[in-house]
Design a protein. Structure first.
Length: 280
């Protein structure tokens, strides 16, 4: 009975401490760590040490903490599988970028779907001769012994993209140190007064910059066409206005200092044309 009471008090204290962190934090994020190996979680923690705090707590306790803190409760809708709650001073987009850049490689597990054609390249290995040769043969790897070492005789396709990886192939890849999968922390949402889902946080920066440049160019052209003055276009608008007024003066025969020579040239040309027509 006493153990149950102690466990209950411990959970209550954890919820209170977590709620306090929620109240004090500027930015809060939640990440699904369902398929994240612990070594990769530790790698992300190390990379963002001093910038973000990662806590792995039961979902029920996280949700109770959000309720108690009465803040960022919208994040509860994004909590499903095993979750890490993150507290950071980074803005949500910089935080997501750091996490996205922290992806690593992972070994294949039996039953996983190959993300691409997995090929074991030809070349020497550090593996000693033995039962490994028959294991490689079962996995579809052409191997032989040369100078006391196991050598892959030629490139061997062991799993096609979209196929499930067999147990023998997974074991062979692990022994060869081939890690065909990319893994990373799956940040599903972040809160900074409003909730930013993953679909908003995951920005393709190259595409975004191209779209931003295109939008800037379109806005500039529009401002020129409608003669809307801004700091960026004012010089061009003045030049355009000067040329337009100059053309108007010439077409309307307005005698101004800037166009008088052009008007005289125009008049001379017209006189010469007329002279040619009347044969003078």
């Amino acid at each position: 009975m006493e153990e149950k009471t102690d466990a209950k008090e411990m959970k209550k204290r954890m919820v209170s401490e977590l709620a306090e962190k929620i109240r004090k934090s500027k930015v809060i994020a939640v990440a699904d760590i369902q398929n994240l190996p612990d070594k990769h979680l530790q790698a992300v923690r190390k990379k963002l040490r001093g910038k973000a705090e990662f806590l792995v707590v039961k979902n029920s306790l996280i949700k109770r903490a959000f309720e108690e803190a009465n803040k960022a409760k919208e994040l509860m809708n994004h909590i499903t599988g095993p979750t890490s709650i993150i507290f950071t001073e980074l803005d949500p987009f910089h935080f997501y970028k750091h996490v996205k850049q922290s992806k690593g490689k992972a070994a294949a597990k039996p039953g996983q779907v190959a993300p691409y054609d997995i090929i074991v390249p030809a070349g020497e290995t550090t593996l000693p001769p033995g039962p490994i040769l028959s294991e490689f043969k079962q996995a579809g790897i052409q191997a032989q012994i040369q100078a006391g070492k196991v050598v892959i005789a030629k490139d061997s396709l062991v799993a096609k993209a979209g196929e499930k990886i067999s147990d023998v192939v997974a074991k062979a890849l692990q022994k060869l140190g081939i890690e065909p999968f990319e893994v990373g922390m799956n940040v599903v949402a972040a809160w900074d007064n409003i909730v930013y889902p993953k679909s908003v946080l995951d920005i393709d920066e190259v595409k975004f910059m191209e779209e931003l440049k295109a939008a800037s160019s379109s806005a500039f052209n529009l401002s020129i066409n409608i003669a809307y003055p801004t700091r960026e276009n004012i010089n061009l608008l003045i030049q355009k206005a000067f040329l337009d007024s100059k053309n108007l003066a010439i077409n309307a025969n307005v005698y101004e200092r800037e166009v008088i020579e052009l008007l005289l040239s125009k008049a001379y040309g017209q006189a010469s044309s007329l002279k040619g027509k009347v044969g003078v």
